[in-house]
Write a protein of this length. Structure first.
Length: 94
């Protein structure tokens, strides 16, 4: 499995939190999930991303900037394709 690069460790350290402290804030019984998420072994679900972001006082998109950038490029490409389709449909109407 490919590891998912993220910034959880970076922002946790900037806040001065240890793993157990972040786990406590997220109501987790131990640091296992935090450790696995920081190492990119698992991606937290949407709820966890929001909670981690809130605990670290950052925007959710800042946790996975490369992934968010990839998704943005994909959507931007689809927007361009949509505009072309709309133009083609308009030409057919004429």
């Amino acid at each position: 499995m490919e590891r998912m690069e993220n910034k959880i460790w970076t922002f946790r350290n900037r806040r001065g939190y240890r793993q157990w402290e972040l786990a406590f804030l997220l109501n987790q019984k131990d640091t296992t999930q935090i450790s696995r998420q920081e190492r990119g072994m698992v991606i937290p679900d949407f709820k966890q991303v929001i909670k981690i972001s809130y605990a670290l006082e950052i925007e959710p998109k800042d946790l996975y900037p490369e992934l968010v950038g990839q998704w943005k490029r994909e959507v931007d490409q689809r927007k361009r394709e949509l505009e072309k389709l709309k133009e083609e449909k308009e030409k057919k109407k004429l």
